[in-house]
Design a protein around this ligand. Structure first.
Ligand SMILES: [Zn+2]
Length: 225
């Protein structure tokens, strides 16, 4: 045990148990194994894919964990998003990457495209949690990150808005950088949580309109029932 670990033992983000040297991340093995997996990657036409059916062309979509308010998955996502647990975001991205690596979900994918955050909001928060999740995912699966998609303005939190208000809130929010590098690639659009799917759909629409010959798939850490 290193001196630093002796003085400040690493503990599980969920249960507070001391992590063993084999447990490299932020959550202990028992807590991690209890998080509810959707296994949507095994199911063509799964409930997340159905949210995008008919809206735009895509290859496949999955949300890795079930997300419900008050659950441990929601605690993890709230903490990595709003409470500066940047390493937790990377750890969760890496975990999802490792668990899906041998399933074929990433086959043929050329780049990971995280949902961007407006630069003022990113400056206030200090980081974009989805870029951190992407960093962990990229490390686990060996697929590069592409930051060609950007947010033109900040959008307010979607959770309290009606469907109509959500659409208006997101309209024209995204754009591609001039000289973007997305053409002719299979892109994995990545976000922290999928609720209605409106954010991913708006980003997908922008990418389809402003690039050529691309294929799209979607991945999120959490997905609502
Ligand atoms: Zn634990």
């Amino acid at each position: 045990m290193s001196l630093l670990n002796f003085i400040f033992p690493r503990v599980c983000h969920l249960c507070g148990a001391t992590l063993s040297p084999q447990e490299k991340g932020c959550v202990c093995t028992p807590c991690l194994s209890l998080l509810p997996r959707t296994l949507y990657h095994r199911q063509a036409g799964n409930p997340m894919e159905m949210r995008f059916a008919g809206l735009f062309p895509f290859e496949r979509a999955t949300g890795h964990f079930f997300y419900s308010s008050g659950s441990e998955v929601s605690q993890l996502i709230q903490d990595l998003k709003y409470r500066h647990f940047r390493n937790l975001a990377r750890f969760m991205g890496e975990t999802v990457g490792r668990e899906l690596l041998s399933t074929g979900f990433f086959s043929d994918i050329d780049a990971i495209v995280p949902i961007p955050m407006h630069f003022l909001k990113k400056a206030r928060r200090g980081y974009n949690q989805t870029e951190e999740i992407a960093a962990g995912l990229s490390k686990a699966v060996g697929i590069p990150i592409d930051l060609s998609l950007r947010a033109r303005r900040s959008h307010t939190s979607q959770t309290t808005l009606s469907t109509q208000e959500r659409k208006k809130n997101l309209c024209d929010i995204f754009t591609l950088r001039p000289n973007h590098t997305l053409n002719m690639k299979h892109l994995l659009l990545l976000d922290d949580v999928c609720t209605t799917g409106a954010t991913l759909a708006e980003a997908a629409e922008t990418i389809h309109l402003q690039s050529n010959g691309i294929k799209l798939s979607m991945l999120t850490l959490g997905v609502t029932f």
